[in-house]
Design a protein around this ligand. Structure first.
Ligand code: UTP
Length: 297
């Protein structure tokens, strides 16, 4: 059985330019779907998958993210005094154990691969997960948990895979499939953002990974030979060249690209509708604007 995955890297050093001007002072990961920041969804998913060590790769201007994980004794005391036990519980659920979180700085935004490489000393020789908080996945069983369970059977490297229409291939890393095993595929290559006609399959990689520590060595090599962005996809593809396994895992669930405005709005509606306290009001409003829209046509 492969070694347990207990460490996760959260690369959050990007500038989030698609959300300017908001991201001028608010880290993208603190932006909220309903009332929880994106990062909280990512943390909860990691916890459900058995992650014990949370490594954030941050950059300048991400202070609010670090503050978010601090305990808030005054606020807790106030809620306790007022008997707001439900809110108190919600707040306490965001508390992290001392020593469970580490922050590493990425001094220059040299790409996702570089961000992961920055955490190499904290990973050492263990398999690790990577979670991109921009990708929010609504699922009965959290996506990373699904992957960890599959990984316990396969070992190697595993990426979350999702079918996309051909015209969207140029926005993703795309899988070249050696063998389709249903829930999983064995991968023989990966291409970063190909033209639609060059995409080797319709399976795109999205922001959940379980990786072998050798990927960090590959990143070492790529880093010394690269002038531009350092891609995580290339370092995973190197694993295949070195005869180590890479699997694509077709997760069950709906993924929202919260790094884009449209995806973020869709997720807001979907998570709002999933909330009992909001469903009725929100769906009545959505129906009313859709009826008004039809009447105007
Ligand atoms: P994106 O490509 O979405 O970039 O990064 P971004 O800077 O966050 O957003 P835009 O495109 O300017 O709006 C995907 C993930 O990789 C991280 C980001 O923080 C995000 O979680 N990342 C990207 C880094 O940590 N470092 C980098 O150098 C690049």
């Amino acid at each position: 059985m492969p070694k347990r995955v207990t460490k996760a890297i959260f690369p959050v050093a990007g500038m989030g330019t698609r959300f300017l001007p908001a991201t001028k002072s608010v880290p993208k990961e603190i932006m909220t779907l309903v009332d929880r920041p994106l990062i909280q969804y990512a943390i909860d998913e990691a916890r459900a998958a058995g992650i014990k060590e949370f490594i954030f790769v941050t950059s300048r201007g991400k202070g609010a993210l670090e503050d978010y994980f601090d305990h808030a004794p005054q606020l807790e005391q106030e809620l306790r005094k007022k008997g707001k036990t439900e809110l108190l519980e919600t707040l306490q659920n965001t508390n992290m154990e001392s020593g469970a979180i580490a922050y590493i700085r990425q001094h220059r935004a040299l790409g996702l691969g570089h961000a992961v490489w920055c955490a190499r000393r904290l990973i050492a020789k263990e398999p690790f997960a990577v979670i991109l908080p921009d990708d929010v996945i609504a699922a009965e069983k959290p996506c990373l948990q699904q992957m960890v369970e599959a990984y316990e059977e396969t070992g190697g490297n595993m990426v979350a895979a999702m079918e996309v229409p051909a015209e969207q291939a140029s926005s993703y890393g795309m899988l070249d499939v050696a063998e389709d095993m249903g829930q999983m595929v064995k991968v023989k290559g990966m291409v970063e953002k190909p033209k639609s006609e060059d995409a080797p399959s319709n399976l795109a990689v999205i922001g959940r990974y379980i990786l072998a520590p050798t990927v960090l060595q590959n990143l070492n090599q790529i880093k010394s030979g690269s002038g531009g962005e350092i891609q995580l996809t290339d370092a995973i593809a190197n694993e295949i060249e070195q005869d180590r396994n890479v699997y694509g895992y077709r997760f069950k669930g709906q993924r929202f690209d919260c790094g884009s405005k449209s995806g973020f709005l869709q997720a807001t509606v979907a998570f709002g509708l999933a909330r009992e306290d909001l469903r009725e009001d929100l769906s009545a409003y959505l129906e009313s604007i859709s009826a008004a829209d039809k009447a105007a046509q």
